[in-house]
Design a protein around this ligand. Structure first.
Ligand SMILES: *Cc1c(COP(=O)(O)O)cnc(C)c1O
Length: 356
């Protein structure tokens, strides 16, 4: 497969920016998009016509395979502006590798490395005014790929569209997150697509999440599909448990997405001399720890919210409340991560990537 970027990018700028119409203090996450978007089509066995053009609607056949078979994958990443006006990405190579890993699982052709980075950096530079400085502010970046071949036969598409949208985002307060430990529905299964950011994974979570909401919980802690014995992810985030002073999280697998925030938290913890145990975590262990008082914290980790502390969990209709300890790990990791992302703290890990 030819994955080299041979064509020059076509750049069409907006005539006038929409930025003046946006209330940056009242953004709903991911619903206001910046001026430009990137688009590149795969046909005749090659990615072609890379274009940046004004954000706007697409014209696409209702017969396109994405609508019928959900052959689509996505990524989520952010750009941050520091106080000097410099713009940074956080570990973008990880997102690049992951979108291609997700694509491979969904029989979508991989996207070329250099074109991904050229598109990403050009787009962010063009819409640099949309990246606001200040801790918690960012430009959310959504690369995605969809099957565009027309035809409702159930076979992989021959044609695809790769796009990148960007959306200004404010600090994302999840508030008091209460979760239900899943004992019937599953997010993923061995041999399935749980490790891929495949569009349909998220659609499939909405119904069980709605059921949890009806009971007063915001999210579901997903467990293994066969026995619901092991704790795997929280909503669309990886999940960590602190029992006494040890941090526990499940190893990545077919069922668990390899989150960039997750792997960064593990590194931060090790750097802080916190014991990290990456191993399957039992539901029974969590319940036991909650009962005997050794369960100190539960938190989700993902790009959108960075770290989301969980204040209570329910298992088999029993609710266990958590009180945030003084020396909260989640508060510490969130601060350390955000300081690195916003170029406030040292970055001994080499995670920051300068765009502008
Ligand atoms: C995207 C995602 C995460 C978090 O990954 P990050 O790279 O940290 O944003 C975790 N779990 C699932 C299921 C996801 O889709």
């Amino acid at each position: 497969m030819n994955t080299s970027a041979t064509q020059k990018m076509d750049i069409q700028k907006v005539e006038s920016s929409r930025i003046g119409q946006v209330d940056f203090d009242n953004l709903t996450f991911g619903s206001t998009f910046s001026d430009h978007m990137f688009e590149c089509d795969y046909k005749d066995g090659a990615w072609q016509n890379p274009t940046i053009r004004p954000y706007g609607n697409l014209s696409i056949s209702p017969g396109a395979k994405v609508f019928h078979y959900g052959q689509a994958v996505f990524e989520g990443m952010k750009a941050y502006k520091d106080d000097q006006g410099k713009i940074w990405l956080f570990r973008p190579e990880e997102n690049f590798e992951r979108i291609n890993k997700s694509s491979k699982r969904m029989a979508i052709p991989e996207f070329p490395h250099d074109l991904f980075f050229e598109a990403l950096t050009t787009l962010v530079k063009m819409d640099k005014e949309w990246v606001k400085s200040g801790l918690g502010n960012s430009l959310y970046i959504r690369p995605f790929v969809m099957a565009t071949q027309v035809g409702v036969s159930a076979s992989p598409s021959t044609d695809y569209k790769f796009m990148i949208l960007t959306a200004p985002a404010q600090a994302y307060y999840t508030g008091d997150v209460k979760v239900i430990v899943a004992d019937h529905y599953s997010r993923s299964a061995n041999g399935g697509v749980g490790a891929a950011k495949a569009a349909g994974n998220y659609g499939a979570q909405f119904y069980p999440t709605n059921l949890a909401r009806e009971k007063g919980f915001q999210q579901v802690i997903w467990t293994d599909d066969s026995e619901h014995k092991y704790l795997e992810e929280a909503g669309t985030m990886n999940v960590f448990f602190r029992i006494n002073d040890t941090l526990l999280t499940a190893p990545v697998s077919d069922r668990i997405l390899d989150g960039v925030t997750r792997k960064s938290v593990i590194d931060l913890a090790k750097h802080n001399n916190i014991d990290v145990d990456v191993r399957p975590v039992l539901v029974s262990e969590l319940v036991e720890a909650a009962k005997n008082g050794s369960l100190k914290e539960i938190f989700g980790a993902g790009t959108a919210a960075v770290i989301s502390p969980v204040s209570a969990f329910s298992h088999k209709d029993v609710v266990y409340e958590l009180t945030k300890p003084e020396d909260s790990f989640s508060t510490r990791f969130k601060k350390e991560l955000m300081d690195i992302q916003h170029n406030i703290g040292e970055d001994p890990y080499g995670w920051r990537f300068e765009v502008l």
